[in-house]
Structure formats: structure tokens, C-alpha cells
Design a protein around this ligand. Sequence first.
Ligand code: SUG
Length: 443
Amino acid sequence: MEFNFDGLVGPTHNYAGLSYGNVASKSNQGRTANPKQAALQGLKKMKALHDMGIPQGVLPPQERPNINYLKSMGFNANKEPEIIEKAYKTDPTLLAIATSASSMWTANAATVSPSADTKDGKVHFTVANLFANAHRAQEHKTTYKILQAIFESTNHFKVHPALMGGDSFSDEGAANHTRLCSDFTQQGLELFVYGRSALDSQKPKPNKFPARQTLEACQAIARRHQLDDDKAIFIQQNPEVINQGVFHNDVISVGTKNLLFAHDQAFLNQSQIFEELSKKMPELYILEVGTDQVSVEDAVRSYLFNTQLISTHQNKMMIIAPEECRNTESVFKLLSNYEQDSSIPIDKVHYFDLRESMQNGGGPACLRLRVVLNEKEQKAVNKSCIMSDKLYLSLTQWIEKHYRDKIEPKDIQDPLLLQECRMALDELTTIMNLGSIYDFQVN
Ligand code: SUG
């Protein structure tokens, strides 16, 4: 079964415009954020999927503001609130980096290979180093701890730390990884999509916005995960679409099981790649959206491809889409046609209000990490992280109790925010039975 592990939005969610090349993040910089709303919106999506019988997990937020990060940047004082004050006075952007709630986008937490694909029969995770952005590059250490706490059994799971090697091995996790298979129990094809090569200067690169994922990182992950050579496929993203705001492949294509849903400008040499994929997997259904149907601009604005494709019954799929897809004319028309056309494998679209996350460039698919688990593996997962009516209720009450409904950019200097976040996260580790995963709990 395919589980979606969604990131719970943390209490410091705000709009600091930290992601260059992510159009929404930049254009919403300085807005007032509503962390309570953001967390409840994400939680409602999780609950709705759970209610539909789709296996749903939860990943906790990280500790922010990250005091240890500020200390490592040379801010020191006897009292922690003074560290925050000093950082804000010296460099408010650095404090914003230390306060970002970006770990909510768990599609960037790790790349996951199910046990059906790996030589040792374990589920492999490589934590993403998120090297491309300072606010994201601080996530991997805690992500490693969280994944180890949830996928603890070394008989079933192998959690690899983030790749070292800096910029040449820049890795953004599952946002650039798609697994196709005829059935979840069968070995699948794993598509690794990269934006540039660090070592091969012949390969093209985008010239406006950064390409976050390197070919070399993808190759290292496929080796670590012990994939068969002919089942790991490396595909270059079209540099032109990165220049138009497609900072991850999951902004321009999404796939699961035997369905690959992609824009016609997603990849370099697209027709050749599709031919190769179809040869390797004859049962593959490629649903390609033409630029004449939906422009790249509309795809980026609506997050049409950052939708969740979920297989339901008799080879049919449903789509979990953000409201922005309903509000973008070309996209709504396309999705409505799919629902009506019985020759297309998608028969239902569910729309969700995820506006708080969307305004930072995070759609439904960014908020979840997919993990395919067989029965034995499911039994080995920490149960307190699996969605249930009880967990939903506890988390809703927890959010209502601890979260602010307003954070303006200047509010990140408020020393009370640190206290509030710590109280909230401390309580959360009990609710989710995680042990002491946060630095403030062990220091
Ligand atoms: O890395 N936004 C995230 C959005 C990640 C979306 N994930 C996937 N496509 N899978 C990013 O750009 C914005 C934070 C800010 O601007 O404060 C941010 O980090």
C-alpha cells in the first residue's frame, strides 16, 4: 500500500520570500501568515484521505526558531531570547532562515525506494540535503532523526543520512523522484529527474533560476538504494521550465502506478524518453498535457501537476488538487474533461483549500512523502504517527491551543514565539510518541 506521510505545518509558518526561483514564495514575501489556518488546512487534507480509506501518516514539524543554528552563525548570549534579538538586529534574513517552517513540505524530506525495488529487500530512505537553500539545508539532521524514530526497525528499513559533497550533490528528495509500477507489490521503474549535472559541462542548465537537483545526487541515491541498473532512469528536466518557476519536477509532472501525468515541456528530449519508458513498461499510460491546453504559467500558478494521484479501484485514479486548480480556467476545464472522459484513468478530482502553503509554493504533493509498505513493514511503523480519528482530534486541539493566527515578518523577533513553539513541540512528541527528537529537549 502507498502511505502518504504529510508534514504537519509548524507554528512559525510565515512568508519570508526565502526561495529564489519559487515564484509563489517570492511574490508573497511580506504577507501576513496564519499558521493556525495553515496547520488546520493541511490536517483536513490528511483526515479527508484517511476517511476515504487512503493510508495516511503524519511527520512532525522541526524546531524553529532554530537557536542552535543561530549559535552556529556566531550569535551568542546568556539568554536565548537575546540571541534572537541580536540576530534580528544584525541580519533579519538570517533569523527568517532560522524560523522557516519549510519542513512541512515533506516531499523534500527524502527519496524513498520500496522494498520491491531494492536488492536487500528493505525500504530505503535517503534524507535530502536540500543544499540549494539555506533555510532548507538545516532540515536534514532532524529529518534523519524523525525518519529513524518512525521507521525504526533495521530489519525492514534503511534510513541513509543526507548526501555529502555540497553543491555537486544537491538533492531535493522525492519532489524529483517518481515511481511507476504495475502493482505496488511488483518491482517498479524509478525515475530520477535532475535539473543539471555538476560534472558534465555538456549538459544544458537553466540560465535564470537555479536547478536544485544534480544528476550526480540522483545516481548516488540509486546506488545507495541498491536499485537494478535498468530500473533506475535518469531524466533531465527542461531548463526552460525551471526558468519559468518549475523549481522541482513535481511542479510539472506526477506519476504513480502505471500513470505518468506530465506537461509537454517537462523534460528534455521528451518524446524519446516517453518511448524508452513505454518500451520498459508496456502497461504505462502517459497522460501528456499540451501547452495549447495549459500553459507553463497556468501550470505553475495552479499547481496542476503538484496534485496527488491516488489509485482507487479498477485502475482508476483520483486527483487531490488545490483550489487554485478550480480557479484557473484552463486547468479546471482540463480536469473536468478528465472526470467525464471514461477513456482517461482519472475519474474524480477533489479540491482542497491549502492556500497558506500554496502561497509559499507548496501544493498537495509537496506536503506529502509517499512510502510504499507491505504488510510486515506496516506493522513495524510507529503507530502513533498514523492518522486516526483520535490523532486527528488530538492534533486539532493541539493546534487550536498553541498556534497563532497571525505572523507578520516582524513577529519572528518576538521572544515569546520561541517559548510558545517549544511548549507546543514538547507536547507533540508525547502525542506522537516520538521520544526526544528536538535539540531543546536534550540540551
Ligand atoms: O523549497 N518553499 C518551498 C516549497 C517546497 C515545495 N515542495 C515541492 N515542490 N515538493 C521551497 O521552495 C518558501 C519559504 C519562504 O519563502 O519563506 C519555501 O521554502
